[in-house]
Write a protein that binds this ligand. Structure first.
Ligand code: IPE
Ligand code: IPE
Ligand code: MG
Length: 243
């Protein structure tokens, strides 16, 4: 019996999000430069996108670079940008072929121009993908997103396009970068830390959290399936009581 048989295909988490952590420690433990960990991390992304597709996850968000990550040494930041641009350009055709549509959330204004251009091109090329939407959270943080949304709401109120009394939870959701994306059902964090690190604070209100010690470069198909199986064991009550 394979792990596949343990998955309930009627209860796949529609939106799975992953905080991909542990690249640096994986490399350091092996006596390698941190950059090697990021390189290996790209391979893990390819594996996990395929695995998510296999079990028909519809939305997969990968937290790739946080607003706070801009504070890392410039060499690491530049190395990461180069790697991401390279990976995106290399993978575009493959993603297109496999029906994967790329979306990006985060403060794109902070990205170097060559990186945002590469991303825009990939988003355009893959726009018709219908099997899986792959959302890359890049230069993203939830506090940045909520601040930005608040500014836009205030602006629309000032202009008279929005009434204060009409502001509901749905309105706020509509002003976030995730406006057309359902909230995550399952949030996985690799690398052993048990924290949210400024990721989708609003959207994860009812997400199921799954923490694993596996460093991101070592994360494989079966690790994703284990998380999904654990998710399926949970009872999601949304504040109500068991039936
Ligand atoms: C995650 O791995 C990748 C990014 C945050 C860009 P880290 O680089 O945070 O790896 P650790 O946590 O230092 O091991
Ligand atoms: C979270 O990892 C951000 C990403 C995975 C992109 P970090 O390594 O930046 O988080 P902290 O600093 O350990 O909280
Ligand atoms: Mg980390």
């Amino acid at each position: 019996m394979s792990i596949f048989d343990n998955i309930d295909y009627t209860r796949i988490p529609t939106h799975t999000a992953i905080i991909m952590d542990g690249n640096g420690r994986w490399a350091t433990n092996k006596g390698l430069e941190r950059g090697e960990g990021h390189r290996e991390g790209i391979r893990a992304i390819t594996r996990v996108v395929e695995a998510a597709s296999k079990i028909s996850i519809k939305y997969l968000t990968l937290y790739a670079f946080s607003t706070e990550n801009w504070k890392r040494p410039i060499e690491e930041v530049n190395g990461l940008m180069d790697l991401m641009v390279y990976a995106i350009s290399q993978e575009t055709e493959n993603l297109k072929k496999n029906g994967v549509k790329i979306n990006c959330i985060g403060d794109m204004n902070r990205l170097p121009e060559y990186a945002s251009n590469a991303l825009k091109e990939c988003i355009y090329q893959t726009r018709e993908g219908e099997k899986l939407t792959l959302i890359i959270a890049l230069s993203y943080s939830s506090k940045w997103e909520l601040t930005d949304a608040t500014r836009k709401i205030a602006n629309d109120v000032t202009k008279g396009d929005l009434k204060i009394d009409d502001i509901s939870e749905e309105t706020i959701s509509m002003y976030l970068t995730t406006r057309s994306i359902p909230d995550p059902d399952l949030l996985i964090r690799t690398g052993g830390e048990q924290r949210i690190s400024n990721f989708m604070l609003w959207q994860c209100a009812y997400a199921e959290f799954y923490f694993t010690d596996v460093y991101w470069p070592e994360f494989r198909e079966n690790d994703l399936f284990d998380a999904v199986i654990e998710f399926q064991r949970r009872e999601r009550r949304f504040g109500k009581i068991s039936e």
